[in-house]
Structure formats: structure tokens, C-alpha cells
Design a binder for this molecule. Structure first.
Ligand code: SF4
Length: 449
């Protein structure tokens, strides 16, 4: 894979706040509390507590246009306002730093490099929503990130930046680090609430949404850690400054894990920059000599052909292209990748990760994977493509949570953009000559549901 010279398209505030970019600041040394405070850390919280009411903080966040970075893109200010409006006196906030896609670098790097950035964002959101108890939900297998989060909470408590009567004000906030190492579904918002309650790992039907009835049936703001990491800058520099970058629909920047031939790396782009620009930011020139397609969105993401790399990295354009923001991942597939096999492997993985609560997802994704196994094994039937199309509607239409809605992206995007690969396999030939028959495939050709 040809590497291009790395280009700087726009400011990278989050990477800079982690000490990973910026003039003279590039450093892999994690920030201590003192480092963070020397840079103005916790000034936003001080200002909010002393000068702004919770409603004013919410309005500033609303004006900034910040949307959740966890995949759904819900406006952050609106979610906090919903929680604040709950009648209960007990409200919770859960900072989701789990990285459901275990290959993602985003949450773990944030926690390792500058955990106080996340903690200050967590405190600001809690103050705005009237929350008095918050959870920092981390993947315990990421031991350095989990340890860094725990130390940050202890240091912040010692410095009266969380805990009782923060900075001498009436605002108190208890923060607990919850370390969990479960599967992909461990990062789903209703599932993580069940896990914190000590219940089986099953997604829950919505509505009611957690913002109205979440942890212990109380209003609960579940916010992605990257979303919260944006709050200190919004309160310190104002919503207008935040709106300077990003697209009309989605303001600000996005951290991305880019997986190319040189391994995984963390980059940051403004929303609305193209997938091609994101690759260039990572120093990758994907072309027909070195790449077959680019997967956008992580394990549930879709594959784009090279001709679609100018698609803006933003919620709506990616959804229209059968890809997604998802877990913020971009992966380059090699030039000899067979897209039937790729879709089969992803669908197989997703069929194993489902929580199994509802039939369309539990059975449907398995049927998709099984049908693709038959195609890869040159045992496909002409009706298989029709079957795959039927299931790509049936699964999302009948699924309880977003997992089932997005689990069809791999097969749908592969069929949309790489139909010739499917035709070749139906004719008994792998288009890139790389597929071997699947030995223990589920040979599904009949529509029985
Ligand atoms: S859609 Fe899938 S992951 Fe979601 S509740 Fe149903 S079975 Fe579980």
C-alpha cells in the first residue's frame, strides 16, 4: 500500500488535548491531573459551577450542535435536557468508554492519554442534567485505560473536582468506574444498564428510552466518552468556536481508528470530510492497485468501493451509502479481497455476537451467514440472492435494538457495490481466486420464516 505524505486538513482539538498532535506538543506521555490543569483543565467546570445555571450549560451545548459520537448521533443537549426534565430527584449518567469493537483505539486512548478530559466532560454533563451519581463504564481488558480511569477518579476526588460540594459549590457528584469485559453487545446502551444492574446481558426494548427511564428506572444519560470529551472546550470557548468545524448537519470533529497495511492508527477529521480525506490524513492512498474496498463503521459497517470514497464522513451520507459512523472505524481491504467471503465473515461474527433476545436478529443473521457460506462454497442457488435481499429487510424491520438494524450492512453493501462477486460465486468461481469452501457451512437455501 502506497503511503502518502500525511496532510493536516483542519484543527484536531481532541488529539491535541491528548498530546498526540499539534505544534511542539506531540507526546505519548499521558497527562496527569497537574498537566491537565496547567493547560486550563477544569476551568470549564469551574466556570459552569460558578457562573452558569444547568439550563445555560444545556443551551450552550445545544447551540454548539454537538451530536452523540457513539453511533446514533442524537443531539447531546436534547438528551441532557430530557434527563434534566425527569420528575425523579435521582438521575444517573453513564459515560460509555467501552469500545464495543475491540479493535477501536478511541475510548482507550482517550482514557490512557487524558482521562481528566473525559472526567471534566462527565462532570459538566452531570451538572447540566442534575445528575448526582455517574458511572465511567470501561472495558476492563484494556487494563491501562481502566487503571488510568481509576487513578483519575481518585485524583479528582482528592482535589475536590468530583465528590461532595465540588469546588465549594452545592453540586456533588459520585463517580464509580465500572470495568466490564463482555462481547460487542456490552457497549450497547440498554445492555450496559442491565450489566451495571447485575442482570443478564440482554438489550431492552425502547421506548422508554434511558433518558426517561434508565438505570434503576430513573432518568439516565448514556453518553459516549468522545461526546463528553468535547464539552470542556464548548463551555470554555463557546458554542460558536465549536461550530467552526464540521458539517452543516454535524458540527465538530470525529476521532477515527484507521486500519491499513501499517496497522491501526488514531486520527481526527472534521465531520463532512470525505472518507478519502480521512485515509489521506492517515497517510494512505487507496487505489485500484492496492485496495478493493474500504469498510466504514466497524464490524457492523458497510464496504464502499473505491469509486465511493468521496462520500462525506457524516451520519446521513454514510447511511445512504449503506455504511455508518458506527464505532468510528475505517478499514482498507486488500486488492484480492473477495466481497462474498468478506460479507460472510462479518455476518458470521455478527451472528455470534447477537444477544439472541429477538428472533429476526438471532435467526436472521445466522441465515444470512449460512447462505453466504453456501455461496462461498460454490453451493449457492440462484434464489440465494433473493433470500439475502429478503433477510436484509426482515432482520432490521423486526429487531429490537440497533444491533439488528445495522447487522445487515456487510451483506447489503457487498451486494450493492460488488454484485459481480456474487454472480461469479453463483457460477462456481471466486472472482479473486482466494476463497476456499467452508467446511462446516450451514447450507440454507429455503425461506422458512
Ligand atoms: S436486535 Fe439482536 S442484539 Fe438487539 S435485542 Fe434483538 S437479538 Fe438482541
Amino acid at each position: 500500500m502506497q503511503q502518502t505524505q500525511q496532510t493536516q486538513h483542519a484543527p484536531t482539538p481532541l488529539l491535541q488535548a491528548m498530546g498526540l498532535t499539534g505544534e511542539g506538543k506531540a507526546s505519548a506521555v499521558p497527562f496527569t491531573l497537574d498537566d491537565y490543569r496547567r493547560q486550563g483543565g477544569y476551568d470549564a467546570l469551574r466556570r459552569a459551577l460558578r457562573e452558569l445555571s444547568p439550563t445555560q450549560v444545556i443551551e450552550e451545548i445545544r447551540t454548539s450542535g454537538l451530536r452523540g459520537r457513539g453511533g446514533a448521533g442524537y443531539p447531546t443537549g436534547d438528551k441532557l435536557a430530557l434527563v434534566a426534565s425527569g420528575r425523579s430527584t435521582m438521575r444517573y449518567l453513564i459515560c460509555n468508554a467501552y469500545d464495543a469493537d475491540a479493535r477501536s483505539l478511541i475510548s482507550a486512548t482517550l482514557l490512557e492519554q487524558n482521562p481528566h478530559l473525559a472526567l471534566e466532560g462527565l462532570a459538566l454533563a452531570s451538572y447540566a442534567a442534575g445528575v448526582s451519581e455517574a458511572f465511567l463504564y470501561v472495558r476492563s481488558a484494556r487494563t491501562e485505560a481502566a487503571a488510568s480511569a481509576q487513578k483519575a477518579v481518585a485524583d479528582a476526588l482528592e482535589a475536590n473536582l468530583i465528590g461532595r460540594n465540588i469546588m465549594g459549590t452545592a453540586f456533588s457528584l459520585a463517580v464509580t468506574v465500572v470495568g466490564v469485559d463482555r462481547s460487542f453487545m456490552g457497549g450497547e446502551e440498554s445492555t450496559l444498564i442491565e450489566i451495571i444492574k447485575g442482570r443478564p446481558m440482554k438489550a431492552q426494548q425502547r421506548p422508554p428510552y434511558p433518558a426517561m427511564q434508565g438505570l434503576y428506572d430513573q432518568p439516565t444519560a448514556v453518553q459516549n466518552v468522545e461526546t463528553l470529551a468535547n464539552l470542556p472546550a464548548i463551555i470554555s470557548h463557546g458554542a460558536g468556536a465549536f461550530r467552526q468545524s464540521g458539517s452543516r448537519a454535524t458540527t465538530g470533529t470525529k476521532l477515527l481508528t484507521v486500519i491499513g497495511p501499517g496497522g491501526a492508527q488514531l486520527i481526527e477529521i472534521p465531520f463532512g470530510a470525505s472518507v478519502r480525506q480521512a485515509l489521506q490524513q492517515a497517510g494512505i492512498d487507496a487505489n485500484e492497485n492496492n485496495a478493493r474496498g474500504v469498510v466504514v463503521g466497524g464490524m457492523e459497517g458497510g464496504v464502499l468501493p473505491l469509486s465511493a470514497l468521496d462520500t462525506p464522513f457524516d451520519f446521513d451520507p454514510l447511511a445512504q451509502a449503506d455504511a455508518m459512523v458506527g464505532s468510528g472505524m475505517i478499514e482498507v481491504l486488500p486488492v484480492d479481497a473477495c466481497m462474498v467471503r468478506w460479507a460472510m465473515e462479518r455476518s458470521d461474527y455478527l451472528s455470534e455476537e447477537t444477544c439472541g433476545k429477538c428472533v429476526p436478529c438471532r435467526v436472521g443473521v445466522k441465515r444470512i451467514a449460512g447462505t453466504l457460506q453456501g455461496l462461498v462454497s460454490s453451493l449457492g442457488q440462484p434464489d440465494d440472492l433473493k433470500l439475502l435481499e429478503e433477510f436484509s429487510h426482515y432482520v432490521p424491520d423486526g429487531s429490537l435494538c440497533g444491533y439488528g438494524v445495522h447487522a445487515i450492512h456487510p451483506v447489503v453493501s457487498a451486494m450493492r457495490y460488488f454484485g459481480d462477486d456474487f454472480a461469479a460465486h453463483l457460477a462456481g468461481k471466486c472472482p479473486t481466486g482466494t476463497c476456499q469452501p467452508v467446511r462446516a457451512h450451514r447450507f440454507n437455501t429455503k425461506h422458512v420464516l
